[in-house]
Design a protein around this ligand. Structure first.
Ligand SMILES: *Cc1c(COP(=O)(O)O)cnc(C)c1O
Length: 329
């Protein structure tokens, strides 16, 4: 059965993309569903695969829609904290978060907001635990192409024993800078993809039909665009990180994504929310307090997220403003 929700051309282009980049062979009729951005992919995956009372193990800081959707499913989140300053995966903590009611791990790499790209060793540890506990893994890979300094994104689905239990989500939004287009996709074994489709049927059924052929064109005809975008983002990252550091805010250099995180305890603040509320008036700049993305508020209280998916001139102007004012509490 071909999902009527997708343009056949778009589904085939997504299958070709997965083969070209990762050697993953997909049947575009049964193993690809086009979603209204990755956001609907997340919603439909959780609604289709998770039952009330199930536990979902999720990395924190988390992308905000994960929490909303886990709650709408009546499920329970079990966060695993990526801790500053390294933001690496703590495999012991992951193991500890998997209880008897665990049904799925919701993974995100490259990770928003920390910029961590999970290494092959970290992914292998996830795979071992998922197999041992018979869990599904829903993996949000929207930043798959936006990695820097030779870091490599490895889809979890390519690890031994993982294909049959992994649902991979992505989107044209980040890879092609089409963030308003909302054309995303879920790929994986047909048993998982059909669960997404069953939920999507009652969410949107279909969307973005005039955009899907354009996304197919981008995937097929402009395969080098995302790498070019990553190179440009890397230089904008460097501009932001150097500028933040000149303003007294040392950032951890992100390995991927659009975001850099700083610890604001050096200029004397203890609460990122308070810092972010003061910032527009002090410097004419806005940032996001990371504590909003944590259950463990203490782990994120002193952290603030800055975006570099902006024009270089704007980044330079923003960091110049930060350097020109007193940022201490
Ligand atoms: C931006 C983002 C999304 C949403 O992608 P859309 O295709 O725009 O819906 C999903 N997950 C993460 C981690 C994101 O940063």
């Amino acid at each position: 059965m071909r999902p009527a929700s997708a343009s056949p051309r778009c589904a085939r282009a997504i299958a070709r993309h997965q083969r070209r980049h990762y050697g993953i062979e997909l049947d575009p009729d049964r193993e690809v569903v086009v979603t209204t951005g990755a956001t609907e992919g997340i919603a439909a995956a959780l609604l289709g695969l998770i039952d009330p009372g199930d536990e979902v193990v999720v990395l924190e800081p988390y992308y905000d829609s994960y929490l909303a959707m886990i709650e709408m499913c009546g499920a329970v989140r079990r966060p695993v904290t990526l801790r500053a300053p390294s933001f690496r995966l703590d495999v012991e903590a992951l193991h500890g978060a998997i209880g008897p009611r665990a049904r799925a791990i919701l993974l995100n790499s490259p990770h928003n907001p920390t910029g961590t790209v999970l290494t092959i060793e970290e992914l292998q540890a996830v795979a071992v635990l998922a197999i041992e506990h018979d869990l599904i893994v829903i993996t949000d890979e929207v930043y798959e192409h936006l990695v820097f300094d030779g870091h490599q994104h490895i889809p979890l689905a390519t690890l031994p024993g993982m294909w049959e239990r992994t649902l991979t989500l992505s989107s044209a939004g980040k890879s092609y800078s089409f963030t308003g287009w909302k054309v995303g996709w879920a790929t994986g074994p047909s048993a998982l993809v059909s669960a997404v489709l069953a939920a999507k049927q009652w969410l949107t059924f279909t969307s973005g039909s005039p955009l899907q052929p354009a996304v197919a064109h981008a995937l097929d005809e402009e395969p080098g665009f995302p790498a070019e975008l990553a190179r440009s983002l890397q230089s904008r990252r460097d501009l932001l990180v150097a500028g933040l550091s000149a303003a007294g805010l040392d950032a951890r250099v992100p390995e991927g994504t659009y975001f850099a995180t700083t610890d604001i305890s050096h200029p004397g603040w203890s609460d990122g929310r308070e810092f972010c509320l003061a910032l527009p008036e002090r410097a004419g700049v806005v940032a996001i307090p990371n504590r909003a993305f944590y259950d463990d508020r203490d782990a994120g209280r002193h952290l603030v997220r800055w975006a570099f998916c902006k024009e270089p001139d704007l980044i330079s102007a923003g960091v110049a403003l930060l350097a020109s004012v007193d940022l201490s509490r």
